[in-house]
Design a protein around this ligand. Structure first.
Ligand SMILES: [Zn+2]
Ligand SMILES: [Zn+2]
Length: 230
């Protein structure tokens, strides 16, 4: 573990391209696609979103969460997951689904099932691989903090920003679940209660900070447009 292996987005992309032609064909025909994302402030973990070609837009949202939203949440929120991400497997495969039969938002997997990543390969440079699934439509329908979520809706109800707010809210939910399952991967015997407390606090605080910032810029814009008539 640690930093001695050189794990890059390109090396994983090359690895996927170097798979035997029949394997790639079989994947392609079955509709399997991969999207790779990295956190902007750390080399690992690299996140591989394994998805159906029908869910390319959803996979893009998950990648955006890793590449952009993570960097925009307040530092204390990121700090709460610093050690967890540091100890996490260097490669994390997310099996992106629409629903889970059991109704869960996501699970950590005890073993890696996604075939290109299930066996160690020299392209991984000794990196450990972890896997989870996330059920996108379940996350969309999930009200993480029912009371405050509704209260926030009201703040944005007036503006065209409600749609933008809901999109950001969904991405922060996805991010908190990704972190939640990563936490499970790292400390497999920590209680669900304590893992959940941390991910809900992350969601609540990062959403609150987003709302605060957007309301501040919103009122700034209104002030400016009024002052033009002054
Ligand atoms: Zn379940
Ligand atoms: Zn859990």
């Amino acid at each position: 573990m640690g930093s001695e292996h050189i794990l890059s987005l390109t090396s994983i992309e090359e690895y996927l391209r170097s798979l035997p032609r029949w394997v790639r064909w079989r994947q392609w025909l079955s509709g399997r696609r991969y999207r790779i994302a990295r956190f902007s402030d750390r080399a690992t973990p690299l996140v591989i979103v394994a998805h159906s070609f029908r869910d390319a837009a959803r996979a893009r949202q998950v990648a955006l969460v890793v590449e952009k939203d993570w960097a925009e949440v307040p530092q204390p929120c990121r700090d709460a997951y610093d050690a967890i991400l540091f100890h996490a497997p260097e490669l994390i495969v997310i099996q992106l689904r629409r629903k889970n039969i059991c109704g869960c938002l996501g699970h950590r997997h005890v073993a890696v099932r996604e075939s290109p990543f299930a066996e160690p390969h020299e392209a991984f440079g000794g990196a450990r691989v972890g896997e989870m699934d996330i059920a996108y439509e379940r996350v969309e329908a999930w009200s993480a903090l029912p009371l405050s979520d509704t209260a926030l809706d009201v703040k944005f109800l007036e503006g065209s920003r409600l749609k933008e707010f809901h999109a950001k809210q969904l991405r922060l939910k996805l991010l908190s679940i990704l972190l939640h399952e990563t936490h499970h991967l790292v400390t497999s015997n920590e209680s669900e209660e304590s893992v959940r407390a941390r991910s809900l606090a992350f969601y609540r605080d990062s959403l609150a900070s987003y709302v605060e910032e957007s309301l501040a810029t919103l009122s700034l814009t209104i002030d400016r447009s009024f002052s033009r008539f002054g």
